[in-house]
Ligand binder design. Structure first.
Ligand code: SF4
Length: 954
């Protein structure tokens, strides 16, 4: 028995592993009596954002129920710490309104009538439809579309095992713009900053409070700060992150690259750059710009050419563009130069995802790292691939033969990911149809721009033959599905995850807690849904079984990828899938397990995570392996090739692996951009976003001297306002996150929604005056290019004038008073199509308390569900990256007498026209040699080589 002492000396930060099988705490419900409760603690991995922090599930030994989640101290990235969303998992698994059984619609699609069905029926129906599509060579009509992946391999492998180019993702509404900027420099498409060891940290977002890899990064940013690092934040909003900064730079949205290039010019101009690094590790000798060719020139001549090229980026120019004071730009640049190789930064969404050309922000930011030599260094910027570990499974299907143009169309040959926001428009244009469509933890009707276009697509049975929503919670999209298939939360499923959290590599193992515990006690299960609440399943087993249903006798060559590596011809189990990987493809894990007398799978089930390596720095300097060197040759530019493939590069006379770019160096000059019809962007550049003030002026029809002469309309589709749009023009920032909500997945967490449940429009006092002495709580009408929404104002000093902002989290809605979405987070609405493509939504009621098995639902005290702004946004596909450029030019006016809170109107005819205007800016493939896209740029589930050529279409 635990010895409870009044002085608290029995307390420790975390339960030690040796006590996880019988952890004793006092029962808080029994207070003031001191009643002991005995728990088994089982590690798993949080699924409430992409960070994959380690959870410890506390299972009450008496009831067999999970009663709370805390941090797993053995997880190397999260180290026992969690954000609010981790422990809130308990409210999700015990949500009385959660979906517990597979459901099939029993009336017309979208009609809201459902009947319980069986997993067998689901597998049979989808197996037959998909088999027929494959047999009729209609593989491209089968699509898996994922929101939060939450896993690192399984599903990508599945679509390839099916032989289809059918993997679709949400990345083009998320991060593909920043990815492209990084990718052009060093092939890997995301940053991995070593915050803990940095001396200066620059964040281009609210990363500390709500960023990508939120909790693992936040704790390391604070570590860095505690060790003396300074923090700068560039963000128009005074976020909680900005409030922690030494320098807050409230830049006008979309001008960040101008500020970064001005900083680069300060560093160059004051000769404070790391010349050795730039000379050795960039492809400077390939640079061609402004009539200057670096070929045969000295490095000093190159530097002079760069200074000439970037001469216009003075601090004063950057101040004029961005509003950030010139002296702050200079001071920050000098701090960055002083930090040198210990300069860390982060950019993921925010500026890059909001703006036309936002990818240039990442590219300009990387220029600062290159100039300071802070790439791959302690305290610097590292490559995600260096800090992430993805074990390989027992077999890997070959690349698919087909190229799916619904995913990677010719217009966007450089997009890093699938052009998924445009899917409804592609289907409307007749580019294809879907026979079987799986949406998985994905709610495009709500999350994406142009949600009514998604409703129009999903309700059309000609365009979408059969739609299954795989989801743990009800959603606006699930309402328009044929099947709603309940998938588990963090403690109800298997997944393997790794993220670039710090200068090391780790894996985390998500596991179904109740199944694992009962199996420890000797109980046997065929499938996880037998141990989970109701019949909640997990995707891994679902896809294995569906693959067998598609190809029951193995004649299609699909089933074999889902057969056991240990029992030939038998169905693969999850234990075998992960067990094989842990035994065979995680270096050091078998030995670590053996030391404790465990099998690798048992070790992972015990600890939930494993650290593969630490202190990963400068992998570009690794020597090329002797086997790779044998028979290789050195090209004129120093690249070492073997059998036509680059394997390294000569640096200082040494053969080293370098980076995975064509030059094997950091690409200051991108020949790819030049070759693919964008020669003006071969270097990092700044160009004005679609919401730049000059575009606003132009949108109001002003001309001549009133329009900024620098406004370059080549890249900027002009806004055409609907005839009813009135009011002042502003830039709307619609994508800032709140730290305690999860896109659309926290609607069933009473803890999280009690903390935050409204999304008013942030308005600066200056603009509040301009709009007619607006006060907090007044109703405003916000017009977009395709409609309007009505919401409350929040007047705040924490925002630059000329900009308004609204968090993207709130505004959930349901069509049924009692059903569909959790009533604690959604408004009950009336939705009408008042004309072809003209949609009108009005809230009937906000949130109200209600009766369920959980008494807390009767204690719901808030009434506001927020307003769904995304519905009123058209798609804005960046002509190069394809990223949806989220920021909106809007007109704001005081709401009229007929306007009510939450009102929304949208005309999808207008949204289709906006799509056409943006599409016209693209420079389509084919590129050199008839290619659809550059061969060296990564692509989700890469098809075989021939499929890359337009002329050799398979
Ligand atoms: S940051 Fe929060 S939500 Fe994300 S994985 Fe960690 S605990 Fe979960």
């Amino acid at each position: 028995m635990t010895d409870f002492k009044r002085d608290g000396s029995h307390l420790s930060s975390y339960p030690p592993v040796e006590k996880w099988d019988d952890w004793v705490e006092l029962d808080p419900d029994a207070w003031p009596r001191r009643v002991e409760k005995h728990y088994q603690l089982v590690p798993t991995v949080c699924f409430n954002c992409e960070s994959a922090c380690g959870l410890l599930a506390y299972v009450d030994k008496e009831t067999g129920q999970v009663t709370k989640f805390e941090g797993n101290p053995k997880h190397p990235a999260s180290r026992g710490r969690l954000c609010a969303k981790g422990p809130a998992t308990i409210t999700q698994i015990h949500d009385p309104d959660r979906i517990l059984y597979p459901m099939k619609r029993s009336g017309p699609r979208g009609g809201g009538k459902w009947a319980r069905t069986s997993w067998d029926e689901v597998l049979e129906t989808f197996g037959a439809r998909i088999r027929k599509a494959f047999q009729e060579n209609r593989g491209e009509e089968v699509m898996y579309h994922v929101g939060r992946p939450g896993q690192d391999h399984f599903m990508d492998r599945t679509t390839q095992a099916w032989g289809i180019d059918g993997h679709n993702s949400h990345t083009n509404v998320c991060s593909s713009s920043a990815r492209f900027g990084y990718l052009l420099w060093h092939y890997t498409d995301r940053p991995s900053p070593d915050h803990a060891n940095a001396r200066f940290i620059l964040l281009l977002s609210a990363h500390l409070e709500s960023g990508h890899y939120f909790n693992p990064h936040a704790q390391r940013i604070i570590e860095g700060k505690m060790a003396g690092a300074k923090l700068a934040v560039m963000d128009p909003r005074l976020s909680n992150t900005a409030s922690m900064a030494d320098y807050w730079m409230p830049s006008y949205p979309g001008t960040e690259a101008a500020v970064l290039l001005a900083m680069a010019m300060v560093i160059l101009g004051e000769n404070r750059f790391d010349a050795t690094f730039v000379k050795n590790w960039t492809n400077w000798e390939e640079l061609e710009v402004d009539g200057f060719s670096a070929k045969g020139q000295s490095f000093e001549a190159l530097i002079e050419a760069l200074k000439r090229h970037y001469a216009k980026f003075t601090p004063e120019f950057a101040e004029k563009e961005s509003g950030v004071k010139a002296e702050v730009i200079v001071k920050t640049a000098r701090e960055i130069a002083t930090a040198g190789s210990r300069f860390a930064s982060h950019l993921w969404r925010g500026s890059s995802s909001g703006n036309l050309g936002g990818w240039q922000t990442a590219r300009a930011l990387m220029l600062l790292h290159v100039l300071t030599g802070s790439v791959g260094t302690p305290g610097g910027h590292s490559l995600s691939a260096w800090n992430k570990f993805v074990p390989q499974p027992f077999s890997d299907p070959p690349p698919q033969k087909h190229w799916n143009e619904l995913l990677y169309p010719l217009e966007w040959p450089l997009c890093t990911h699938e052009m998924s926001p445009l899917l409804p428009h592609f289907l409307k244009e007749g580019r294809g149809r879907l026979e079987a469509y799986f949406t998985r933890v994905f709610n495009p009707v709500w999350t994406y721009p142009d949600g009514f276009a998604w409703i129009e697509m999903l309700r059309d049975e000609e365009k979408v033959g059969l739609h299954a929503a795989l989801t743990p919670t009800w959603s606006e999209t699930a309402w328009f599905a044929d099947y709603v298939l309940p998938m588990g939360f963090s403690s109800e499923r298997h997944d393997l995850m790794s993220q670039e959290s710090y200068a090391g590599r780790w894996i985390g193992f998500r596991q179904p807690v109740l199944r694992v515990l009962q199996e420890r006690e000797g109980k046997k299960f065929d499938y996880t849904y037998q141990a989970n609440p109701g019949e909640v399943w997990e995707e891994d087993e679902f896809w294995i079984n569906l693959s067998w249903a598609i190809d029951p006798d193995g004649s299609m060559g699909i089933r074999r990828w889902f057969e056991s590596p240990y029992r030939p011809g038998q169905k693969l189990t999850v234990d075998e899938y992960y067990g094989w990987m842990f035994e065979n493809s995680v270096p050091g894990l078998p030995e670590a397990a053996a030391k404790e007398g465990l099998k690798p799978l048992e070790y992972m089930r015990k600890y939930g995570a494993y650290e593969v390596t630490t202190d990963v720095y400068k992998l570009n300097e690794k020597a090329v392996a002797p086997a790779a060197l044998a028979g290789s040759k050195v090209e004129a530019n120093g690249v070492i090739t073997k059998e036509g493939k680059a394997v390294g590069v000569m640096v200082h006379g040494e053969p080293v692996v370098g980076y995975n770019t064509p030059s094997r160096k950091l690409e200051l000059f991108s020949k790819t951009m030049a070759d693919w019809q964008w020669p003006e962007f071969a270097l990092p550049e700044y160009y004005r976003s679609h919401i730049h003030q000059s575009a606003q002026t132009a949108s109001m029809g002003k001309s001549g001297a009133e329009v900024d002469q620098d406004f370059d309309a080549r890249y900027m589709p002009l806004v055409e306002w609907p005839k009813d749009a009135q009011g002042e023009v502003y830039t709307l920032l619609p994508i800032f996150r709140l730290p305690h909500l999860i896109h659309t997945r926290s609607g069933n967490s009473k803890f999280l929604y009690e903390i935050a449940h409204k999304n008013p429009l942030w308005v600066s006092p200056v603009d509040a005056q301009k709009l007619g002495d607006i006060r907090t709580g007044d109703l405003l009408k916000v017009h977009t290019e395709i409609g309007f929404f009505v919401l409350h104002a929040w007047v705040t000093e924490g925002l630059a004038p000329g900009v308004v902002a609204c968090s993207h989290h709130m505004g959930r809605w349901r069509l049924d008073k009692e059903d569909q979405l959790e009533r604690m987070s959604s408004a009950w609405v009336n939705l009408q199509e008042v004309g072809k493509g003209q949609w009108k939504m009005r809230q009937i009621s906000g949130v109200e308390s209600y009766k369920t098995s959980d008494p807390d639902t009767q204690r719901v005290w808030w009434s506001d569900a927020g307003v769904h702004q995304n519905l009123t946004f058209p798609v804005h596909p960046d002509p190069i990256t394809g990223m949806h450029c989220w920021h909106q030019m809007v007109r704001v006016e005081r709401a009229g007498a007929d306007d009510r809170y939450g009102d929304i109107f949208v005309d999808t005819n207008l949204s289709f026209a906006v799509y056409q205007r943006w599409k016209a800016l693209t420079r389509p493939a084919p590129g050199p040699g008839g290619l659809r896209r550059p061969l060296w740029i990564p692509r989700m589930r890469r098809p075989e080589g021939a499929a890359f050529y337009v002329s050799k279409k398979a």
